[in-house]
Write a protein of this length. Structure first.
Lengths: 306, 306
Protein backbone atom coordinates (compact mmCIF):
# COMPACT_ATOMS: atom_id res chain seq x y z
CA UNK A 1 0.00 0.00 0.00
CA UNK A 2 1.25 3.45 -0.93
CA UNK A 3 1.21 6.76 0.95
CA UNK A 4 -1.70 8.84 -0.33
CA UNK A 5 0.36 12.02 -0.01
CA UNK A 6 3.78 11.19 -1.46
CA UNK A 7 3.51 7.70 -2.97
CA UNK A 8 6.16 6.11 -0.69
CA UNK A 9 5.45 2.83 1.10
CA UNK A 10 2.70 3.36 3.67
CA UNK A 11 3.25 2.34 7.31
CA UNK A 12 -0.32 2.87 8.46
CA UNK A 13 -3.71 2.42 6.82
CA UNK A 14 -6.57 4.23 8.51
CA UNK A 15 -9.79 2.73 7.16
CA UNK A 16 -11.79 5.21 9.24
CA UNK A 17 -10.29 8.10 7.26
CA UNK A 18 -9.74 6.16 4.00
CA UNK A 19 -6.12 7.26 4.31
CA UNK A 20 -2.79 5.41 4.14
CA UNK A 21 0.44 7.27 4.96
CA UNK A 22 4.18 6.71 5.05
CA UNK A 23 6.18 7.38 8.22
CA UNK A 24 7.22 10.95 7.36
CA UNK A 25 3.78 12.01 6.20
CA UNK A 26 2.13 10.35 9.20
CA UNK A 27 4.39 12.20 11.63
CA UNK A 28 3.30 15.45 9.96
CA UNK A 29 -0.36 14.50 9.67
CA UNK A 30 -0.87 13.88 13.41
CA UNK A 31 0.34 17.33 14.63
CA UNK A 32 -1.63 18.99 11.80
CA UNK A 33 -4.77 17.22 13.00
CA UNK A 34 -4.07 18.30 16.58
CA UNK A 35 -3.45 21.89 15.48
CA UNK A 36 -6.76 21.95 13.61
CA UNK A 37 -8.55 20.62 16.72
CA UNK A 38 -6.91 23.29 18.91
CA UNK A 39 -8.00 26.04 16.52
CA UNK A 40 -11.45 24.74 15.76
CA UNK A 41 -12.37 24.35 19.44
CA UNK A 42 -10.55 27.56 20.50
CA UNK A 43 -8.47 25.61 23.03
CA UNK A 44 -5.58 28.06 23.35
CA UNK A 45 -3.59 30.49 21.21
CA UNK A 46 0.12 30.39 20.26
CA UNK A 47 1.09 32.96 22.90
CA UNK A 48 -0.61 31.20 25.81
CA UNK A 49 1.16 28.88 28.27
CA UNK A 50 -0.21 25.34 28.51
CA UNK A 51 0.21 22.72 31.21
CA UNK A 52 0.15 19.11 30.00
CA UNK A 53 -0.90 16.42 32.48
CA UNK A 54 1.56 13.57 31.85
CA UNK A 55 1.24 10.04 33.18
CA UNK A 56 4.15 8.47 31.31
CA UNK A 57 1.78 6.72 28.89
CA UNK A 58 1.68 7.02 25.11
CA UNK A 59 -1.13 9.56 24.88
CA UNK A 60 0.09 12.19 27.32
CA UNK A 61 3.77 12.00 26.26
CA UNK A 62 2.77 12.15 22.59
CA UNK A 63 0.53 15.13 23.29
CA UNK A 64 3.41 16.92 25.01
CA UNK A 65 5.71 16.04 22.10
CA UNK A 66 3.19 17.35 19.57
CA UNK A 67 2.57 20.63 21.42
CA UNK A 68 6.33 21.24 21.67
CA UNK A 69 6.77 20.43 17.97
CA UNK A 70 3.93 22.85 17.13
CA UNK A 71 5.87 25.56 19.01
CA UNK A 72 3.63 25.91 22.07
CA UNK A 73 5.06 26.79 25.47
CA UNK A 74 4.00 23.54 27.12
CA UNK A 75 5.14 22.40 30.58
CA UNK A 76 4.45 18.99 32.07
CA UNK A 77 2.80 17.99 35.32
CA UNK A 78 3.33 14.54 36.79
CA UNK A 79 1.17 13.51 39.74
CA UNK A 80 2.72 10.68 41.70
CA UNK A 81 -0.29 8.87 43.09
CA UNK A 82 1.78 6.02 44.53
CA UNK A 83 0.81 2.85 42.65
CA UNK A 84 3.40 0.49 44.08
CA UNK A 85 2.55 -2.80 42.33
CA UNK A 86 5.51 -3.50 40.09
CA UNK A 87 6.85 -0.01 40.85
CA UNK A 88 4.27 1.37 38.44
CA UNK A 89 4.50 4.97 39.63
CA UNK A 90 8.33 4.89 39.79
CA UNK A 91 8.66 3.60 36.23
CA UNK A 92 6.09 6.10 34.91
CA UNK A 93 7.89 9.00 36.54
CA UNK A 94 11.20 7.89 35.04
CA UNK A 95 9.66 7.86 31.55
CA UNK A 96 8.47 11.44 32.08
CA UNK A 97 11.91 12.53 33.35
CA UNK A 98 13.72 10.97 30.39
CA UNK A 99 11.26 12.51 27.93
CA UNK A 100 11.66 15.99 29.46
CA UNK A 101 15.47 15.75 29.73
CA UNK A 102 15.83 14.80 26.04
CA UNK A 103 13.82 17.89 25.04
CA UNK A 104 14.95 20.37 27.68
CA UNK A 105 11.31 20.65 28.71
CA UNK A 106 10.12 21.74 32.13
CA UNK A 107 7.82 19.72 34.36
CA UNK A 108 6.45 19.75 37.92
CA UNK A 109 5.88 16.78 40.18
CA UNK A 110 3.18 16.51 42.83
CA UNK A 111 4.08 13.71 45.22
CA UNK A 112 0.83 12.85 46.95
CA UNK A 113 2.30 10.73 49.73
CA UNK A 114 4.83 13.47 50.57
CA UNK A 115 2.22 16.23 50.54
CA UNK A 116 -0.82 14.51 52.04
CA UNK A 117 0.71 11.58 53.90
CA UNK A 118 -0.96 8.76 51.97
CA UNK A 119 -0.90 7.30 48.47
CA UNK A 120 -4.12 6.99 46.43
CA UNK A 121 -4.50 3.24 47.08
CA UNK A 122 -4.01 3.89 50.80
CA UNK A 123 -6.57 6.66 51.09
CA UNK A 124 -9.05 4.78 48.86
CA UNK A 125 -8.87 1.81 51.20
CA UNK A 126 -9.99 4.03 54.11
CA UNK A 127 -12.98 5.33 52.17
CA UNK A 128 -15.68 2.71 51.88
CA UNK A 129 -17.56 2.57 48.60
CA UNK A 130 -14.94 4.53 46.65
CA UNK A 131 -12.88 2.58 44.16
CA UNK A 132 -9.16 3.23 43.71
CA UNK A 133 -9.80 4.41 40.14
CA UNK A 134 -12.45 6.95 41.10
CA UNK A 135 -10.29 8.20 44.01
CA UNK A 136 -7.34 8.54 41.64
CA UNK A 137 -9.48 10.55 39.21
CA UNK A 138 -10.70 12.84 41.97
CA UNK A 139 -7.19 13.44 43.33
CA UNK A 140 -5.69 14.07 39.91
CA UNK A 141 -8.44 16.50 38.87
CA UNK A 142 -8.01 18.48 42.09
CA UNK A 143 -4.23 18.65 41.95
CA UNK A 144 -4.04 19.36 38.22
CA UNK A 145 -6.45 22.23 38.66
CA UNK A 146 -4.53 23.60 41.65
CA UNK A 147 -1.15 23.56 39.91
CA UNK A 148 -2.54 24.97 36.65
CA UNK A 149 -4.24 27.85 38.51
CA UNK A 150 -1.24 28.55 40.78
CA UNK A 151 1.08 28.54 37.78
CA UNK A 152 -1.16 30.89 35.78
CA UNK A 153 -1.42 28.52 32.85
CA UNK A 154 -4.01 29.46 30.24
CA UNK A 155 -5.09 25.85 29.84
CA UNK A 156 -4.63 22.39 31.26
CA UNK A 157 -4.29 19.81 28.48
CA UNK A 158 -4.96 16.09 28.95
CA UNK A 159 -4.19 13.24 26.58
CA UNK A 160 -7.71 11.82 26.22
CA UNK A 161 -8.00 10.32 22.76
CA UNK A 162 -11.08 9.51 20.69
CA UNK A 163 -11.39 6.01 22.16
CA UNK A 164 -11.30 7.41 25.70
CA UNK A 165 -13.95 9.98 24.95
CA UNK A 166 -16.15 7.56 23.03
CA UNK A 167 -16.01 5.06 25.91
CA UNK A 168 -17.04 7.71 28.45
CA UNK A 169 -19.79 8.89 26.13
CA UNK A 170 -20.96 5.30 25.73
CA UNK A 171 -21.08 4.85 29.50
CA UNK A 172 -23.05 8.07 29.96
CA UNK A 173 -25.44 7.22 27.12
CA UNK A 174 -26.08 3.76 28.59
CA UNK A 175 -27.40 5.44 31.74
CA UNK A 176 -28.67 8.59 30.03
CA UNK A 177 -26.66 10.52 32.58
CA UNK A 178 -27.75 13.88 31.21
CA UNK A 179 -25.67 15.87 33.70
CA UNK A 180 -22.49 14.19 32.48
CA UNK A 181 -23.64 14.36 28.85
CA UNK A 182 -24.01 18.11 29.25
CA UNK A 183 -20.44 18.56 30.49
CA UNK A 184 -18.43 16.14 28.31
CA UNK A 185 -16.66 18.51 25.94
CA UNK A 186 -13.35 19.11 24.11
CA UNK A 187 -13.04 22.37 26.07
CA UNK A 188 -14.33 23.13 29.54
CA UNK A 189 -14.10 26.90 30.02
CA UNK A 190 -12.72 28.38 33.24
CA UNK A 191 -16.16 29.23 34.62
CA UNK A 192 -14.70 30.26 38.01
CA UNK A 193 -11.54 32.22 38.96
CA UNK A 194 -10.09 29.10 40.63
CA UNK A 195 -10.94 26.76 37.75
CA UNK A 196 -8.44 26.12 34.96
CA UNK A 197 -9.63 25.85 31.36
CA UNK A 198 -9.48 22.15 30.43
CA UNK A 199 -8.73 21.04 26.91
CA UNK A 200 -8.39 17.71 25.11
CA UNK A 201 -6.40 18.23 21.90
CA UNK A 202 -6.33 14.49 20.97
CA UNK A 203 -10.08 13.92 20.69
CA UNK A 204 -9.88 13.44 16.93
CA UNK A 205 -7.22 10.74 17.10
CA UNK A 206 -7.90 7.06 17.63
CA UNK A 207 -6.00 5.17 20.34
CA UNK A 208 -4.39 3.09 17.61
CA UNK A 209 -3.24 6.26 15.86
CA UNK A 210 -1.63 7.57 19.04
CA UNK A 211 0.15 4.26 19.63
CA UNK A 212 1.50 4.45 16.08
CA UNK A 213 2.63 8.04 16.61
CA UNK A 214 4.51 7.21 19.83
CA UNK A 215 6.13 4.22 18.16
CA UNK A 216 7.20 6.04 15.01
CA UNK A 217 8.46 9.04 16.99
CA UNK A 218 10.49 6.72 19.20
CA UNK A 219 8.80 7.95 22.37
CA UNK A 220 9.66 5.66 25.28
CA UNK A 221 6.48 5.28 27.35
CA UNK A 222 5.10 2.88 29.94
CA UNK A 223 3.36 0.08 28.04
CA UNK A 224 1.48 -1.57 30.88
CA UNK A 225 -1.97 -0.40 31.88
CA UNK A 226 -2.16 0.67 35.52
CA UNK A 227 -2.55 -2.60 37.50
CA UNK A 228 -5.76 -1.26 39.04
CA UNK A 229 -7.37 -0.73 35.61
CA UNK A 230 -7.59 -4.48 34.96
CA UNK A 231 -11.16 -5.50 34.18
CA UNK A 232 -12.25 -1.86 34.29
CA UNK A 233 -15.64 -1.11 32.78
CA UNK A 234 -14.09 1.48 30.48
CA UNK A 235 -11.90 -1.20 28.89
CA UNK A 236 -14.99 -3.35 28.37
CA UNK A 237 -16.79 -0.46 26.66
CA UNK A 238 -13.74 0.16 24.49
CA UNK A 239 -13.88 -3.45 23.40
CA UNK A 240 -17.57 -3.16 22.42
CA UNK A 241 -16.85 0.03 20.49
CA UNK A 242 -13.96 -1.70 18.74
CA UNK A 243 -16.32 -4.44 17.56
CA UNK A 244 -18.54 -1.69 16.17
CA UNK A 245 -15.57 -0.02 14.49
CA UNK A 246 -14.45 -3.32 13.00
CA UNK A 247 -17.85 -3.79 11.37
CA UNK A 248 -18.21 -0.18 10.33
CA UNK A 249 -14.93 1.79 10.09
CA UNK A 250 -15.39 5.32 11.42
CA UNK A 251 -18.31 4.36 13.68
CA UNK A 252 -16.47 5.41 16.85
CA UNK A 253 -15.67 8.82 15.42
CA UNK A 254 -19.20 9.30 14.10
CA UNK A 255 -20.61 8.38 17.51
CA UNK A 256 -18.50 11.00 19.28
CA UNK A 257 -18.57 13.78 16.70
CA UNK A 258 -22.30 13.49 15.98
CA UNK A 259 -22.86 13.83 19.72
CA UNK A 260 -20.89 17.08 19.81
CA UNK A 261 -22.76 18.30 16.76
CA UNK A 262 -26.23 17.46 18.06
CA UNK A 263 -25.47 19.25 21.32
CA UNK A 264 -23.91 22.26 19.58
CA UNK A 265 -26.98 22.58 17.35
CA UNK A 266 -29.26 22.50 20.39
CA UNK A 267 -30.93 19.27 19.21
CA UNK A 268 -29.86 17.43 22.37
CA UNK A 269 -30.42 18.38 26.01
CA UNK A 270 -32.59 21.27 27.16
CA UNK A 271 -30.79 24.48 28.14
CA UNK A 272 -31.34 23.79 31.85
CA UNK A 273 -29.04 20.75 31.76
CA UNK A 274 -26.02 22.93 31.07
CA UNK A 275 -25.91 25.04 34.22
CA UNK A 276 -24.16 23.96 37.39
CA UNK A 277 -23.99 26.02 40.57
CA UNK A 278 -20.45 26.30 41.91
CA UNK A 279 -19.47 27.28 45.44
CA UNK A 280 -16.00 27.35 46.99
CA UNK A 281 -14.44 24.77 49.28
CA UNK A 282 -14.09 26.27 52.75
CA UNK A 283 -10.63 24.74 53.11
CA UNK A 284 -8.78 24.79 49.76
CA UNK A 285 -10.89 27.43 47.98
CA UNK A 286 -11.35 25.31 44.87
CA UNK A 287 -14.78 25.38 43.23
CA UNK A 288 -17.17 22.63 44.27
CA UNK A 289 -20.83 21.73 43.81
CA UNK A 290 -21.00 20.45 47.40
CA UNK A 291 -21.62 22.78 50.36
CA UNK A 292 -18.65 23.12 52.78
CA UNK A 293 -15.66 20.98 51.86
CA UNK A 294 -14.91 19.74 48.35
CA UNK A 295 -14.68 16.00 47.70
CA UNK A 296 -10.86 16.12 47.75
CA UNK A 297 -10.68 17.74 51.18
CA UNK A 298 -13.34 15.37 52.56
CA UNK A 299 -11.14 12.51 51.38
CA UNK A 300 -8.34 13.51 53.75
CA UNK A 301 -10.75 14.07 56.61
CA UNK A 302 -11.49 10.36 56.37
CA UNK A 303 -7.82 9.78 56.99
CA UNK A 304 -7.83 11.84 60.19
CA UNK A 305 -10.77 9.89 61.57
CA UNK A 306 -8.77 6.65 61.33
CA UNK B 1 -33.37 -23.47 42.00
CA UNK B 2 -36.77 -22.82 43.53
CA UNK B 3 -39.65 -20.58 42.44
CA UNK B 4 -39.55 -17.37 44.45
CA UNK B 5 -43.35 -17.27 44.61
CA UNK B 6 -44.44 -20.82 45.44
CA UNK B 7 -41.27 -22.80 46.17
CA UNK B 8 -41.78 -25.33 43.32
CA UNK B 9 -38.91 -26.13 40.96
CA UNK B 10 -38.07 -23.05 38.88
CA UNK B 11 -37.99 -23.28 35.07
CA UNK B 12 -36.51 -19.85 34.47
CA UNK B 13 -34.01 -17.68 36.34
CA UNK B 14 -34.05 -14.01 35.40
CA UNK B 15 -30.84 -12.50 36.74
CA UNK B 16 -31.95 -9.09 35.48
CA UNK B 17 -34.93 -9.17 37.88
CA UNK B 18 -33.29 -11.36 40.56
CA UNK B 19 -36.27 -13.64 40.09
CA UNK B 20 -36.65 -17.40 39.49
CA UNK B 21 -40.10 -18.83 38.73
CA UNK B 22 -41.79 -22.19 38.11
CA UNK B 23 -43.84 -22.75 34.96
CA UNK B 24 -47.24 -21.85 36.44
CA UNK B 25 -46.01 -18.72 38.19
CA UNK B 26 -44.07 -17.63 35.10
CA UNK B 27 -47.14 -17.97 32.90
CA UNK B 28 -48.98 -15.68 35.34
CA UNK B 29 -46.08 -13.26 35.82
CA UNK B 30 -45.72 -12.40 32.12
CA UNK B 31 -49.35 -11.27 31.55
CA UNK B 32 -49.25 -9.35 34.85
CA UNK B 33 -46.16 -7.50 33.67
CA UNK B 34 -47.86 -6.73 30.34
CA UNK B 35 -51.01 -5.53 32.12
CA UNK B 36 -48.94 -3.19 34.31
CA UNK B 37 -47.21 -1.79 31.20
CA UNK B 38 -50.57 -1.22 29.48
CA UNK B 39 -51.91 0.65 32.50
CA UNK B 40 -48.77 2.60 33.34
CA UNK B 41 -48.37 3.91 29.79
CA UNK B 42 -52.14 4.38 29.25
CA UNK B 43 -52.03 2.17 26.15
CA UNK B 44 -55.72 1.23 26.05
CA UNK B 45 -58.56 0.46 28.43
CA UNK B 46 -60.50 -2.81 28.91
CA UNK B 47 -63.46 -1.66 26.80
CA UNK B 48 -61.40 -0.60 23.79
CA UNK B 49 -60.82 -2.78 20.72
CA UNK B 50 -57.19 -3.53 19.87
CA UNK B 51 -55.61 -4.71 16.64
CA UNK B 52 -52.48 -6.86 17.03
CA UNK B 53 -50.00 -6.93 14.17
CA UNK B 54 -49.00 -10.60 13.89
CA UNK B 55 -46.09 -11.97 11.87
CA UNK B 56 -46.27 -15.59 13.02
CA UNK B 57 -43.22 -15.13 15.25
CA UNK B 58 -42.96 -15.68 19.00
CA UNK B 59 -43.39 -12.08 20.08
CA UNK B 60 -46.52 -11.13 18.16
CA UNK B 61 -48.33 -14.46 18.72
CA UNK B 62 -47.45 -14.34 22.43
CA UNK B 63 -48.69 -10.76 22.65
CA UNK B 64 -51.98 -11.76 21.05
CA UNK B 65 -52.23 -14.73 23.41
CA UNK B 66 -51.57 -12.51 26.44
CA UNK B 67 -54.10 -9.86 25.42
CA UNK B 68 -56.79 -12.53 24.90
CA UNK B 69 -55.92 -14.10 28.27
CA UNK B 70 -56.18 -10.68 29.90
CA UNK B 71 -59.71 -10.37 28.45
CA UNK B 72 -59.07 -7.72 25.81
CA UNK B 73 -61.01 -7.68 22.55
CA UNK B 74 -57.96 -8.22 20.36
CA UNK B 75 -58.08 -9.02 16.64
CA UNK B 76 -55.08 -10.00 14.53
CA UNK B 77 -53.70 -8.50 11.34
CA UNK B 78 -51.36 -10.47 9.12
CA UNK B 79 -49.65 -8.65 6.26
CA UNK B 80 -48.49 -11.02 3.57
CA UNK B 81 -45.45 -9.25 2.15
CA UNK B 82 -44.46 -12.16 -0.06
CA UNK B 83 -41.12 -13.49 1.14
CA UNK B 84 -40.85 -16.56 -1.04
CA UNK B 85 -37.48 -18.03 0.04
CA UNK B 86 -38.34 -21.31 1.75
CA UNK B 87 -42.02 -20.35 1.62
CA UNK B 88 -41.40 -18.02 4.54
CA UNK B 89 -44.60 -15.99 4.16
CA UNK B 90 -46.73 -19.12 3.56
CA UNK B 91 -45.45 -20.84 6.68
CA UNK B 92 -45.88 -17.69 8.80
CA UNK B 93 -49.45 -17.25 7.64
CA UNK B 94 -50.28 -20.85 8.49
CA UNK B 95 -48.94 -20.34 12.04
CA UNK B 96 -51.24 -17.34 12.43
CA UNK B 97 -54.24 -19.27 11.06
CA UNK B 98 -53.66 -22.22 13.39
CA UNK B 99 -53.21 -19.92 16.38
CA UNK B 100 -56.46 -18.04 15.62
CA UNK B 101 -58.47 -21.19 14.89
CA UNK B 102 -57.44 -22.79 18.19
CA UNK B 103 -58.70 -19.70 20.07
CA UNK B 104 -61.66 -18.74 17.90
CA UNK B 105 -59.95 -15.38 17.39
CA UNK B 106 -60.57 -13.10 14.43
CA UNK B 107 -57.87 -11.84 12.09
CA UNK B 108 -57.54 -9.97 8.79
CA UNK B 109 -55.05 -10.62 6.02
CA UNK B 110 -53.61 -8.00 3.70
CA UNK B 111 -52.13 -9.74 0.67
CA UNK B 112 -49.78 -7.19 -0.83
CA UNK B 113 -49.21 -8.94 -4.17
CA UNK B 114 -52.99 -9.34 -4.66
CA UNK B 115 -53.74 -5.72 -3.74
CA UNK B 116 -50.78 -3.87 -5.24
CA UNK B 117 -49.50 -6.30 -7.84
CA UNK B 118 -46.02 -6.89 -6.40
CA UNK B 119 -44.46 -8.47 -3.32
CA UNK B 120 -42.13 -6.45 -1.06
CA UNK B 121 -38.93 -8.01 -2.47
CA UNK B 122 -40.18 -7.28 -6.00
CA UNK B 123 -41.02 -3.62 -5.39
CA UNK B 124 -37.82 -3.10 -3.37
CA UNK B 125 -35.77 -4.35 -6.32
CA UNK B 126 -37.29 -1.64 -8.53
CA UNK B 127 -36.43 1.09 -6.05
CA UNK B 128 -32.71 1.80 -6.04
CA UNK B 129 -31.16 2.57 -2.68
CA UNK B 130 -34.00 1.09 -0.66
CA UNK B 131 -33.30 -2.18 1.12
CA UNK B 132 -35.89 -4.95 1.29
CA UNK B 133 -36.06 -4.55 5.10
CA UNK B 134 -36.73 -0.82 5.01
CA UNK B 135 -39.31 -1.28 2.21
CA UNK B 136 -40.97 -4.01 4.27
CA UNK B 137 -41.12 -1.69 7.30
CA UNK B 138 -42.61 1.12 5.26
CA UNK B 139 -45.27 -1.11 3.68
CA UNK B 140 -46.23 -2.73 6.97
CA UNK B 141 -46.51 0.61 8.81
CA UNK B 142 -48.74 2.01 6.07
CA UNK B 143 -51.02 -1.00 5.82
CA UNK B 144 -51.27 -1.58 9.59
CA UNK B 145 -52.28 2.03 10.04
CA UNK B 146 -54.84 1.85 7.23
CA UNK B 147 -56.53 -1.30 8.53
CA UNK B 148 -56.51 -0.09 12.15
CA UNK B 149 -58.10 3.23 11.16
CA UNK B 150 -60.64 1.67 8.78
CA UNK B 151 -61.60 -0.88 11.43
CA UNK B 152 -62.01 1.79 14.13
CA UNK B 153 -59.59 0.10 16.48
CA UNK B 154 -58.56 2.18 19.50
CA UNK B 155 -54.97 1.02 19.22
CA UNK B 156 -52.58 -0.92 17.05
CA UNK B 157 -50.34 -3.18 19.15
CA UNK B 158 -47.00 -4.57 17.97
CA UNK B 159 -44.83 -7.24 19.57
CA UNK B 160 -41.64 -5.21 20.00
CA UNK B 161 -39.85 -6.54 23.05
CA UNK B 162 -37.20 -4.90 25.23
CA UNK B 163 -34.33 -6.23 23.09
CA UNK B 164 -35.92 -4.79 19.94
CA UNK B 165 -36.42 -1.39 21.53
CA UNK B 166 -32.96 -1.34 23.11
CA UNK B 167 -31.34 -2.19 19.76
CA UNK B 168 -33.20 0.62 17.99
CA UNK B 169 -32.33 3.01 20.80
CA UNK B 170 -28.70 1.93 20.55
CA UNK B 171 -28.68 2.59 16.81
CA UNK B 172 -30.24 6.03 17.27
CA UNK B 173 -27.86 6.91 20.12
CA UNK B 174 -24.85 5.87 18.03
CA UNK B 175 -25.81 8.52 15.47
CA UNK B 176 -27.46 10.90 17.95
CA UNK B 177 -30.46 10.85 15.65
CA UNK B 178 -32.43 13.25 17.83
CA UNK B 179 -35.52 13.17 15.59
CA UNK B 180 -35.83 9.41 16.07
CA UNK B 181 -34.91 9.66 19.75
CA UNK B 182 -37.79 12.09 20.20
CA UNK B 183 -40.32 9.69 18.69
CA UNK B 184 -39.27 6.28 20.09
CA UNK B 185 -41.94 5.62 22.71
CA UNK B 186 -44.11 2.87 24.23
CA UNK B 187 -47.15 4.80 22.99
CA UNK B 188 -47.43 7.00 19.94
CA UNK B 189 -50.68 8.94 20.26
CA UNK B 190 -53.06 9.31 17.31
CA UNK B 191 -51.94 12.86 16.53
CA UNK B 192 -54.01 12.95 13.32
CA UNK B 193 -57.53 11.63 12.47
CA UNK B 194 -56.02 9.12 10.02
CA UNK B 195 -53.29 7.94 12.39
CA UNK B 196 -53.86 4.97 14.70
CA UNK B 197 -52.55 5.04 18.26
CA UNK B 198 -49.52 2.72 18.34
CA UNK B 199 -48.63 0.75 21.43
CA UNK B 200 -45.89 -1.72 22.43
CA UNK B 201 -47.09 -3.74 25.43
CA UNK B 202 -43.99 -6.02 25.52
CA UNK B 203 -41.35 -3.33 26.08
CA UNK B 204 -40.63 -4.55 29.60
CA UNK B 205 -39.97 -8.14 28.55
CA UNK B 206 -36.65 -9.47 27.32
CA UNK B 207 -36.53 -11.46 24.08
CA UNK B 208 -35.42 -14.48 26.10
CA UNK B 209 -38.46 -14.08 28.35
CA UNK B 210 -40.80 -13.99 25.37
CA UNK B 211 -39.20 -17.10 23.88
CA UNK B 212 -39.70 -18.86 27.22
CA UNK B 213 -43.33 -17.72 27.36
CA UNK B 214 -44.10 -19.01 23.86
CA UNK B 215 -42.41 -22.31 24.64
CA UNK B 216 -44.13 -22.86 27.97
CA UNK B 217 -47.52 -21.85 26.56
CA UNK B 218 -47.04 -24.29 23.68
CA UNK B 219 -47.44 -21.55 21.06
CA UNK B 220 -46.42 -22.87 17.66
CA UNK B 221 -44.54 -20.06 15.92
CA UNK B 222 -42.11 -19.69 13.03
CA UNK B 223 -38.61 -20.17 14.45
CA UNK B 224 -36.54 -18.93 11.54
CA UNK B 225 -35.62 -15.29 11.21
CA UNK B 226 -36.81 -13.77 7.95
CA UNK B 227 -34.17 -14.80 5.34
CA UNK B 228 -33.60 -11.13 4.50
CA UNK B 229 -32.70 -10.26 8.11
CA UNK B 230 -29.45 -12.25 7.94
CA UNK B 231 -26.50 -10.07 8.89
CA UNK B 232 -28.83 -7.18 9.72
CA UNK B 233 -27.32 -4.36 11.73
CA UNK B 234 -30.04 -4.70 14.34
CA UNK B 235 -28.94 -8.28 15.06
CA UNK B 236 -25.36 -7.04 15.46
CA UNK B 237 -26.49 -4.37 17.94
CA UNK B 238 -28.50 -6.98 19.83
CA UNK B 239 -25.35 -9.05 20.13
CA UNK B 240 -23.38 -6.10 21.56
CA UNK B 241 -26.16 -5.39 24.04
CA UNK B 242 -26.20 -9.05 25.04
CA UNK B 243 -22.50 -8.85 25.87
CA UNK B 244 -23.30 -5.85 28.05
CA UNK B 245 -26.17 -7.71 29.71
CA UNK B 246 -23.96 -10.74 30.31
CA UNK B 247 -21.45 -8.58 32.17
CA UNK B 248 -24.05 -6.56 33.99
CA UNK B 249 -27.50 -8.21 34.27
CA UNK B 250 -30.26 -5.64 33.81
CA UNK B 251 -28.07 -3.30 31.73
CA UNK B 252 -30.32 -3.55 28.68
CA UNK B 253 -33.39 -2.67 30.70
CA UNK B 254 -31.63 0.19 32.49
CA UNK B 255 -30.48 1.56 29.13
CA UNK B 256 -34.01 1.64 27.75
CA UNK B 257 -35.94 2.64 30.85
CA UNK B 258 -33.50 5.37 31.92
CA UNK B 259 -33.88 6.81 28.41
CA UNK B 260 -37.66 6.97 28.78
CA UNK B 261 -37.24 8.51 32.24
CA UNK B 262 -34.72 11.16 31.17
CA UNK B 263 -36.99 12.19 28.30
CA UNK B 264 -40.13 12.19 30.45
CA UNK B 265 -38.39 14.38 33.02
CA UNK B 266 -37.36 16.84 30.31
CA UNK B 267 -33.65 16.20 30.96
CA UNK B 268 -33.11 15.00 27.39
CA UNK B 269 -33.99 16.75 24.13
CA UNK B 270 -35.22 20.33 23.85
CA UNK B 271 -38.97 20.82 23.39
CA UNK B 272 -38.53 21.67 19.70
CA UNK B 273 -37.36 18.13 18.89
CA UNK B 274 -40.78 16.72 19.73
CA UNK B 275 -42.94 18.44 17.11
CA UNK B 276 -43.42 17.11 13.59
CA UNK B 277 -45.58 18.76 10.93
CA UNK B 278 -47.99 16.33 9.30
CA UNK B 279 -49.75 16.81 5.99
CA UNK B 280 -51.98 14.35 4.11
CA UNK B 281 -51.04 12.17 1.16
CA UNK B 282 -52.88 13.44 -1.91
CA UNK B 283 -53.66 9.87 -2.98
CA UNK B 284 -54.33 7.68 0.09
CA UNK B 285 -55.10 10.43 2.60
CA UNK B 286 -52.73 9.02 5.24
CA UNK B 287 -50.63 11.48 7.20
CA UNK B 288 -47.15 12.17 5.84
CA UNK B 289 -44.29 14.56 6.50
CA UNK B 290 -43.57 14.77 2.76
CA UNK B 291 -45.46 17.16 0.46
CA UNK B 292 -47.72 15.46 -2.12
CA UNK B 293 -47.58 11.67 -2.05
CA UNK B 294 -46.59 9.64 1.03
CA UNK B 295 -43.60 7.30 0.82
CA UNK B 296 -45.88 4.26 0.37
CA UNK B 297 -47.71 5.72 -2.63
CA UNK B 298 -44.45 6.90 -4.19
CA UNK B 299 -43.21 3.31 -3.92
CA UNK B 300 -45.91 2.06 -6.29
CA UNK B 301 -45.33 4.94 -8.69
CA UNK B 302 -41.86 3.47 -9.20
CA UNK B 303 -43.55 0.29 -10.32
CA UNK B 304 -45.61 2.09 -12.97
CA UNK B 305 -42.50 3.72 -14.44
CA UNK B 306 -40.97 0.28 -15.14
Amino acid sequence: MKCKKCGATAVINMRQHKLALCQDCYLEWVPERVQRTIEKSHMFSPNERVMVAVSGGKDSLSLWDILLRLGYEADGLYIKVGVLDGDYSEISQRKVEQFAAARGAHFDVVDLAAECGLTVPQVARLKRGRSICSTCGLVKRHEMNRVACDGDYAALATGHNLDDEAAVLFQNALNWATGYLARQAPVLPASHPRLARKVKPLIRLYEREMAAYALLRGIDYIYQECPYAKGATTLFYKDLLNQLEERSPGAKQRFYLSFLQARREGRLLPAAARDVDLGECTRCGQPTTAPGLCAFCRLWDTKKKH
